[in-house]
Design a protein around this ligand. Sequence first.
Ligand code: ADP
Length: 259
Amino acid sequence: MNKKSLTNGLSGLTLGRLRFYESIGSTNDEALAWAAEGAPDLSIVVADEQTQGRGRLNRKWFTPKGTALAFSLILRPSATLRPHLARTVGLAALSITDSLLNPGLTTQIKWPNDILLNGKKVAGILIETVWSGEDVDSLVIGIGINVTKDAVPPADLLKFPATSIEEEFKQSVTREILMHGILESFIKRLPQIGSDEMIQAWEEKLAFRGQQVQALEGSDGILAGELMGLASDGSLQLRNENGNLVIVRFGDVSLRPAA
Ligand code: ADP
């Protein structure tokens, strides 16, 4: 992967500008700085390797050289998007599941920010915000996808099982083609972000739907119940043992099947 192969691979899409790095700390850090300097809408930072890749709360996200797709997309909210910013993570997740459709494989969203292939984590999303006073200036949508087997961290470093596209597809995929698919789908879905259909599509892809789950909220404890679906802002709805609906809001939440 290099700047030329990316430019060729992404041709035909209406994007902003592109920055490619052989190696970088974190594509989100670079995109946050670039967005603050006024990067055009839909500009992208791509790297072949991240040395300081981040998950939520600065947890480490592994991106060894040449094994993964790691990029950050800068989104400048339009007036239509602004009321629905909380849904952006769902839109990004659906764009990834769209591009990983493969007969015989299950592709699901582990709310709020992970993609599962055959029940194992294959990709993660990290959305960060550039503020202008109290308004959102732009969002940075960071996406990391394990493409080859070597992208997957050793099992003892993981809280949730992980896999790669190569392992599940039983064949390799080209990162440029994968990225084209994700961005094409994202751009196509963006005008519908406020629709009921978007929430339905997101719900249909949720892992553990109808099953008992635990939502671990940082150090604040556990919410448990049957995973019912989503509220209109993309919050998760569980039905607890008393039959009441409980809302799990975005935040440092990790979802697990009930023990
Ligand atoms: P959570 O596990 O709660 O979803 P994050 O979304 O913050 O946490 O993701 C970071 C976590 O993901 C890390 O703590 C690590 O356990 C795991 N991880 C790191 N790199 C990868 C990777 N390339 N593939 C799968 N899981 C990873």
